[in-house]
Design a protein around this ligand. Sequence first.
Ligand SMILES: Cc1cc2nc3c(=O)[nH]c(=O)nc-3n(C[C@H](O)[C@H](O)[C@H](O)COP(=O)(O)OP(=O)(O)OC[C@H]3O[C@@H](n4cnc5c(N)ncnc54)[C@H](O)[C@@H]3O)c2cc1C
Length: 488
Amino acid sequence: MKVIVIGAGFSGLSTATYLAQAGYDVEIIEKHTQPGGRGRQLKRSGFTFDMGPSWYWMPDVFEKYFADFDKKPEDYYKLLRLDPSYSVFFENDLLEIPADMNGLEALFEKLEPGSSIRLKKFLNDAAYKYKVGIEKFVHKPSLSVFEFADLRILKGLLKLDLLNNIRSSVKKVVSNPQLQSLLEFPVLFLGATPSNTPALYSLMNHADMSLGTWYPQGGMFSVVQGFYKLALEKGVKFHFDSEVTGFEYDNNQVVGVQTLKKNFVCDAVVASADYAHVEQNLLDPKYRRYSPKYWDKRKLAPSCFLYFVGLSKPIPGVEHHSLFFDASFDDHADALYKNIRWPEKPLFYISASSKTDPKSAPVGQESLVILIPTAPGMEDTDEILDHYFELVSDRLKKHTGMDIRKHIIFKEHYAFRDFVKDYNSFKGNAYGLANTLDQTAIFKPSLKGKLKNFYYTGQLTVPGPGVPPCIISGEVVANEIKINFPLR
Ligand SMILES: Cc1cc2nc3c(=O)[nH]c(=O)nc-3n(C[C@H](O)[C@H](O)[C@H](O)COP(=O)(O)OP(=O)(O)OC[C@H]3O[C@@H](n4cnc5c(N)ncnc54)[C@H](O)[C@@H]3O)c2cc1C
């Protein structure tokens, strides 16, 4: 049985590899000339940049993925646990977040005596939510509410803190504003303000503080290469530089995939490319499950501005991952989620992978990725992008003493319109849909298309955005195909 997977991002690679291992004949059609999707790599003037994901969180998900093929991550890439995990710049202070729990508790005690005991309890609860989430929820296809009607699951649900919000639960742990920001940071990109994000998502604090921040040598792209190599080993065939433009149908089934170069016959399709793009632009209207109005009403996680910068010398006082929380968290969240606008004084993040990985920049130089979260759907211009680069450079100068503008060897920006052009991204979204309660599990766009043999995977369907959820999404959809189209 021939399955065509559209897109070679993490979800497409995962789907294809699980299906190939089960004996399906799998081919991936990918628009770009390299695998990885949002996890692609940019190489310029001797500098190497990860174009999307840079935080390797939830190592257990990667371990399970490789173990399902009797492999280990180390068979494909070398991991290093970062210590400090990351640092956070506040207006007049710098916090380095230690990787080990004793160091973390000591930091909390220093800033707020007595808080480490509450932190321990908060992280124990977060670990419970993570365990229940991973074991009982994220592997569900979420096609029917009855999947969750098991007594153990319902009991688990009650303990998941779905009705409280993350802000109020963080406030019970710490009153120091810096520690509050630290505990709220993992939800900043989830698509809602902390007071509108269910406390369930404190499971991300477990991922952050207990499971740790890791770095795959060579960057996140070495993980892509590992996934790609494993897919090839399992017999997946790849067609790069090929954009899917439409489908052929027969008797309520998809029977062919059209590209600009050639057409492919198939017995089933899994679209890992942007769900809204495939459904609204490529599928015949009568086979669409959702209307343009439905898509328009979805709440999206932020998009972002990215700057890939090669510097002639290292930037001092900055770790591999640095968060700049030297502005108001609430004002930026308001611009992202409530009163949509360009933020006046945004928070931002920089990744300086050359601090850990000498290969990502020429000797004595530095490769920087600067990321500013922005509201999706707003049209950017070069002037706006330049304005924010100036603003970020000024703030970096204030904190590090170095004016990066004077040391630029290479600089390229990437924004809303690039997400649309490169990934056919709906409204230029970077991280898919917001993780709000009304867009969780059965309330997400379904992984099952209207046509009998048409499926979706990736960050716009279950379980959600981020590399680990997309890997799981691939496994879930592969299982659905194995159940509904078993090989004889
Ligand atoms: C800037 C940024 C930073 C991020 N940081 C992190 C992080 O630190 N950690 C983390 O875990 N996650 C992070 N994420 C999220 C994570 O990268 C994504 O959720 C995940 O990679 C999405 O994978 P996917 O397979 O769903 O989609 P994609 O990676 O978008 O893959 C879809 C593929 O489909 C292809 N395609 C589209 N249309 C067509 C077509 N018509 N024909 C053929 N091919 C097509 C695209 O080229 C693409 O390769 C980040 C994302 C971004 C953008």
